[in-house]
Ligand binder design. Structure first.
Ligand SMILES: *Cc1c(COP(=O)(O)O)cnc(C)c1O
Length: 388
């Protein structure tokens, strides 16, 4: 089946009782036993198994082409589960220098006290990754596209390096989704998503999902952790994510087309210093993007000719782009990263950088919105130039 068909049909469990086509939400915590004491439908307690969660897991597994899939209550919970199953006290993990801040905070606040160490390295330079390995390295962490600079992880090469050292490769595929890249097919062992973002797609539910290449080993340990801790998404949350996935292939195409149009506009706009978007020829890894990705995603970052004050002013003057964190939803979002609680001081991010999550509005309206927010400052800059 093609992704468009899988997104709609994989895992779908129509209701035999009522004939309902849209799947019912099963809120029951407990399930009735047969006279012989068995559970003929396989469910007995909601944190151990729930029809909505099972549907979602089957759907995610199909889209990523994996052997098993395990859903969690948030992307961070899913990442934590992977770190705590792939690593033991005394183990070491290689992570990108610009890894998602939530992943870094998990290492600092949760994994380090537990006895796990890590080396942060420039994941796009394979020599540096090679020299980051230690005898106790068990895991390499990569993100299909990094946040917010949109560097591209070369998954086949990273998988080769990890496997040569007896380590696993995990890819956070949140930014591009299986519609634009299937990391397991490129050699990764585990894929994780903040389904909060593009999978659910509407900015109204948090969730995380892990897909493993094989159905045994690691998958069994993840399932065990999910059941023991019960850090699962509610049935309604699972239903919302799966409902979102039904339109994922079409939404991703639209996010990508809109982002390309916005990136091309920004690239030509005089108040803009640089634009980072993998679809632009100016992206340092554009060739790798063409090779490994089927689309470039909906996130752009750009730097303006000025400081934090100019960047913040622009973010406050857009009318369609909402100044808020997160990404991957219908509404376009703009964010000044350096002053955001998700980054903050000490992360070395440029003060004049803005990140866009390009939504599903019309590209022409989005471009006009950005032009409108920057126009005044452009005039001021031009006047200053003339006076000088
Ligand atoms: C948002 C995000 C996460 C964390 O997901 P939450 O559901 O917010 O915990 C992890 N990785 C990436 C790339 C993200 O964008």
């Amino acid at each position: 089946m093609k992704p468009e068909t899988m997104a709609i049909h994989a895992g779908r469990q129509p209701d035999d009782g009522s004939g309902a086509v849209a799947e019912p939400i099963t809120l029951s915590v407990t399930y009735q036993r047969d006279p012989d004491g068995t559970y003929p439908r396989g469910y007995f307690y909601t944190t151990a198994g729930n029809p909505n969660r099972q549907s979602l897991e089957i759907c995610a597994k199909s889209l990523e082409g994996g052997g098993e899939s395990v859903a969690f209550a948030s992307g961070s919970m899913a990442i934590s589960a992977i770190l705590r199953t792939c690593l033991r006290p005394g183990d070491h993990v290689v992570v990108p220098t610009d890894t998602f801040q939530g992943t870094l905070r998990l290492l600092v606040d949760v994994l380090a006290p537990w006895g796990v160490s890590w080396t942060a390295t420039e994941i796009t330079e394979l020599d540096k990754v090679r020299s980051a390995f230690q005898d106790n390295t068990k895991l390499v962490w990569a993100e299909s596209l990094s946040n917010p600079l949109l560097k591209i992880a070369d998954i086949p090469s990273l998988a080769g390096l990890a496997h040569a050292h007896g380590a696993l490769l995990c890819v956070d595929n949140t930014f591009v989704t299986p519609i634009f890249q299937r990391p397991l097919e490129l050699g990764a062992d585990v894929v994780v998503h903040a389904s909060t973002k593009y999978l659910a797609g509407h900015g109204d539910v948090a969730g995380g999902i892990v897909v493993t290449r094989d159905g045994d080993g690691l998958a069994r340990e993840l399932r065990l952790l999910q059941r023991r801790e019960g850090g699962v998404p509610s049935p309604f949350d699972c239903w919302l994510v799966q409902r979102g996935i039904k339109t994922l292939p079409y939404r991703m195409r639209a996010h990508g087309e809109n982002a390309m149009a916005v990136a091309e506009f920004l690239q030509e706009y005089p108040l803009v210093e640089t634009v980072q978007y993998p679809g632009l020829e100016s992206h340092p890894q554009h060739r790798l993007a063409l090779q490994n990705l089927d689309g470039f995603g909906g996130v752009i970052s750009f730097q303006v000719r000025g400081g934090a004050d100019l960047a913040l002013r622009i973010a406050s003057q857009t009318k369609l782009f909402v100044h808020a964190t997160s990404l991957g939803q219908t509404e376009s979002l703009i964010q000044h990263q350096a002053s955001s609680p998700t980054h903050g001081p000490g992360t070395g991010l440029a003060e004049n950088l803005l990140r866009l999550s390009v939504g599903l509005e019309h590209a022409a309206d989005l471009i006009e919105d950005l032009r409108g927010a920057m126009e005044n400052d452009l005039q001021v800059a031009r006047t200053k130039c003339k006076d000088a």
